[in-house]
Write a protein that binds this ligand. Sequence first.
Ligand SMILES: CC(=O)[C@@H](O)[C@H](O)COP(=O)(O)O
Ligand SMILES: NCC(=O)COP(=O)(O)O
Length: 246
Amino acid sequence: MSERLRLGVNIDHVATIRNARGGDHPDPVRAAEIVAAVGGDGITAHLREDRRHIRDDDLKRIRAATDLPLNLEMAATEEMLAIALAHQPHAACIVPEKREERTTEGGLDAAGLHNQLAPIVWRLADNGIRVSLFIEASERQLEAAERLRAPVVEFHTGEYAHAGLDGDRDREAKELDRIAAMSRLAREMGIEPHAGHGLTYDNVKPIAAIPELAELNIGHYLVGEAVFVGLEAAVRRMRQLMDEAR
Ligand SMILES: CC(=O)[C@@H](O)[C@H](O)COP(=O)(O)O
Ligand SMILES: NCC(=O)COP(=O)(O)O
């Protein structure tokens, strides 16, 4: 099952740089256009409740500027549901959100939050939006995703990335094994597995080599690299590493 692994580029942190000065530059829409031109498979944007990077009008402009599928990352709230229904992204990835966190620290507790998630997941699905759940790679969370009838899960690769940064090879290998095993299980359950968070040129290949994974979403590192080499070159290089891994 080693189909071409899709690359969704998360452009949140182009907006972070823009917002540092409160103006219009750099525009995440321009980033989305570059991703489309260079052969990226999708745009990911996380409309945080505090609007620290992507803002509501960015979604509208991104939708208008490119035909690439938009994967909207969102908290499971009525406010975000209404925004998703208004903008009709290709996919909505439900993520956990804490106002005070620096970034998304862990996976969504799809098991513990079933009753809160179900109406949101099902209304998105009823409106033709492909729902993904951003979860830890665990059997419990996969079973919860199955109960919620989510067609897609995205495994949070943050722990894998942190283990690598800490130089803890055992933990890194354990995390990788866990993501690989849960990717296999997801396929057995008929759920399409994706992965993302904290992926870089250095750590992407073992993840990209997991044959069951259909998509990676990568953002912060690519935007950081783009400062040095440009977004086009950064996306091309990531694409090349992903292709080499398969
Ligand atoms: C859910 C997720 O992993 C992304 O949203 C990504 O981390 C970029 O957004 P933040 O840096 O705001 O978490
Ligand atoms: N869902 C993960 C994502 O979109 C990108 O995460 P990161 O590469 O910005 O850490």
